[in-house]
Design a protein. Structure first.
Length: 120
């Protein structure tokens, strides 16, 4: 839904020029499609396997990964807006690094907590 809204807004000339000239907006859009769409779809398909035991630690790692991805999106979008929203305290590079580390650690925990039951 968000993807279609953004595509529609980019048809308005002023928004389109601003969006295509701003690297952070382009990267945020690509992350929205690739990270949130494809990555979460793959996690969903892994969890759909019937022989998978879903424990609390696995759920926590999934929610942490979703939190990191959403945090990454929010930081990229804020970095793409005019300097009114950015202050001296907001440095997007540090926030993006922290969000990336959160996603990386949660993916490592996700794969380490995957446990399959051997029942058929």
């Amino acid at each position: 839904m968000v993807k279609f809204i953004l595509q529609y807004l980019s048809t308005i000339p002023d928004f389109g020029i601003y969006a295509f000239n701003n690297v952070n907006i382009v990267i945020a859009y690509l992350h929205l499609v690739l990270l949130m769409g494809i990555s979460l779809f793959l996690v969903w398909k892994i969890l759909e396997i019937k022989t998978l035991r879903i424990e609390k630690s696995l759920r926590i790692s999934i929610f942490t990964m979703i939190f990191g991805i959403v945090l990454n999106e929010i930081i990229l979008v804020i970095a793409g807006f005019p300097p009114i929203l950015k202050g001296i305290l907001f440095q997007p590079f540090y926030g993006l690094f922290i969000a990336s580390v959160i996603v990386m650690i949660s993916i490592m925990f996700f794969f380490s907590f995957l446990k399959f039951s051997h029942e058929r």
